[in-house]
Design a protein around this ligand. Structure first.
Ligand code: SAM
Length: 286
């Protein structure tokens, strides 16, 4: 198979390139262009509208940090809603908790799920192996709007960037509906972009301004995601009741003996210790 170079614009003047990759599949779904590749360095990976989503080499970082941080704050979480997450990695990590009773995954594009099941079993294999996982191929914005009050204990927004189908998942209306759909112990984790390049910093500030106006506890945590623009990536942690550090149930989480390759109890604390320039940008967000 012919080898090509994969290049992604991180900004107008900064590009990320992976040399000598094989393109495994390409198609245009009703929502986006989906391309699967294989690379010596990153294994199998896929992009949506030309942007890196998931690769075999560093997916464990993102899926550890979106899943285990909230689960180590509220070990009693039973009802989980994943918005997006078409590769299955977030559902895979959440399904490792035997106390969880329901995992609703709302992915707008069924083709992302079906292609991930074919080319990326590393992340997608759990999707049809666990009867707690229910797939809904629809817009997460509408799904949350119609969700019953206090019907979930954890909402994980594992979405694309706020462009295209993902744009609605960064709106006040969406966060309002997440707040209503969450129980009083509820936690919202959302894809919070990055503080480094202006393109993503602008979205980080916009999202934080909306969330901190809604939730009494609205924190942000960081992790190293080498294949996302700048490698410095963030999640938002919003809750009606639990603080991610003050209410960290470290002993209870460690007693579960879950093997993780990125998340651990030290990283749990450290991830919320943000650089001054990030703290300042978030403090002034409006
Ligand atoms: N980890 C990746 C990241 O941080 O960019 C994202 C994982 S996953 C591939 C993102 C998913 O969000 C995609 O499969 C996309 O189809 C889905 N998505 C985008 N907008 C959506 C919406 N409004 N409702 C539900 N799913 C959506």
């Amino acid at each position: 198979m012919k080898k090509i170079h994969y290049t992604e614009p991180w900004t107008k003047s900064v590009h990320f390139t992976i040399l000598d990759v094989e393109r495994l599949h390409s198609e245009v779904s009703p929502f986006q262009t989906i391309d699967f590749y294989r690379s010596d360095t990153f294994g199998t990976f896929f992009t949506l509208d030309g942007l890196m989503m998931v690769n075999e080499k560093d997916e464990f970082i993102y899926h550890d940090m979106i899943s285990h941080v909230p689960m180590a704050v509220n070990p009693n979480i039973k009802r989980v809603l994943i918005i997006g997450g078409g590769d299955g990695g977030t559902a895979r990590e959440i399904a490792r908790y035997s106390g969880i009773e329901k995992i609703d995954m709302v992915e707008i594009d069924e083709r992302v799920v079906r292609l991930s099941q074919k080319y990326l079993p590393l992340t997608a294999k759990t999707l049809d192996q666990d009867n707690r996982i229910h797939l809904f191929f629809e817009d997460g914005l509408a799904f949350v709007k119609n969700a019953d009050k206090e019907s979930y204990d954890l909402i994980l927004v594992d979405s694309t960037d706020p462009i295209g189908p993902g744009e609605g998942l960064f709106t006040k209306a969406f966060y309002d509906n997440c707040y209503r759909a969450l129980s009083n112990d509820g936690i919202l984790i959302n894809q919070h972009e990055s503080p480094y390049f202006n393109e993503q910093k602008h979205e980080m500030i916009r999202a934080h301004a909306k969330i901190k106006d809604l939730f009494p506890i609205a924190e942000v945590y960081q992790f190293h995601q080498p294949t996302y623009p700048s490698g410095h990536w963030l999640f938002g942690f919003a809750s009606k009741k639990f603080h991610p550090i003050k209410d960290h149930k470290m002993a209870a989480w460690e007693a579960l003996n879950l093997k993780t390759n990125y998340y651990n109890s030290d990283i749990h604390k450290g991830a919320f210790m943000l650089p001054t320039y990030v703290k300042d940008a978030l403090k002034n967000a409006r």
